[in-house]
Design a protein around this ligand. Structure first.
Ligand code: TZP
Ligand code: MG
Length: 211
């Protein structure tokens, strides 16, 4: 893939699960059609993380899907991932980072509901910005719900930017998230808490594609 934008269903893999489980869940989501997976692993050392990231790299490649690494730029580069996602408090000097990683590397930035922050991130080299929690979520209860009207407002402010929505997204509301203007829906529990992850990924993807 050469296009740097993220689109469709973007699965964020649960942190702190064992490698076998991680790869099984990743493969189920990929079989169901997710376009992108994000890997989060900041707790148990680089050696373990790079092994896991490389396994996910091979897997995502075999499904022609993207792999994004949460926060750890070195890990993303070493694993030959497609890019990195930076949390609001984890953004280094973006201009410098963009210079270091080059134009083809995806840099996603969490903006919560902050349009000014998003504008600065996009100016400084972010490939996509994520807004959320667009809907109420128990996964990260400390993040306030911004609501879909504010997502639609963000789309108005940034007509051409690659916008990702996150927070509380499930098969029951993903169509509204797309209609509000998101290019991409990032999902944790609405996908990975399902009994049948592949079926849930297929459902989310089908709804997305039909909306
Ligand atoms: N940022 C805003 S809400 C959220 C993050 C990481 C959690 C999203 O999780 P879920 O389970 O998809 O609501
Ligand atoms: Mg982070």
């Amino acid at each position: 893939m050469t296009d740097k934008s993220v689109s469709g269903i973007y699965g964020i893999l649960p942190a702190d699960i064992e490698t076998g489980d991680l790869l099984d869940r990743a493969e189920a989501a990929l079989k169901g059609g997710v376009s992108t997976l994000q890997f989060r692993d900041k707790k148990r050392g680089y050696k373990r993380a790079i092994k896991r990231a490389k396994a996910l790299r091979d897997l995502t490649r075999s499904y022609d899907a993207r792999l994004i690494i949460n926060d750890l730029v070195n890990l993303a580069v070493d694993a030959d991932a497609d890019g990195v996602h930076l949390g609001r408090d984890d953004v280094p000097n973006l201009i410098q980072l963009r210079n270091e990683v080059g134009d083809d590397f995806i840099i996603g930035v969490t903006c919560r509901a902050d349009a000014a922050f998003a504008k600065a991130a996009l100016n400084d080299g972010a490939s996509y910005v994520s807004f959320g929690a667009v809907l109420a979520t128990t996964t990260k209860p400390e993040v306030p719900e911004m609501g879909l009207p504010r997502l639609a407002k963000a789309r108005e402010i940034f007509p051409d930017a690659n916008l990702c929505a996150i927070g509380g997204i499930t098969a029951n509301n993903v169509a509204q998230v797309k209609l509000a203007g998101a290019d991409c829906a990032a999902v944790i529990s609405g996908l990975f808490a399902a009994d049948d992850i592949q079926a849930e990924a297929s459902l989310l993807t089908a709804i997305w594609n039909q909306t």
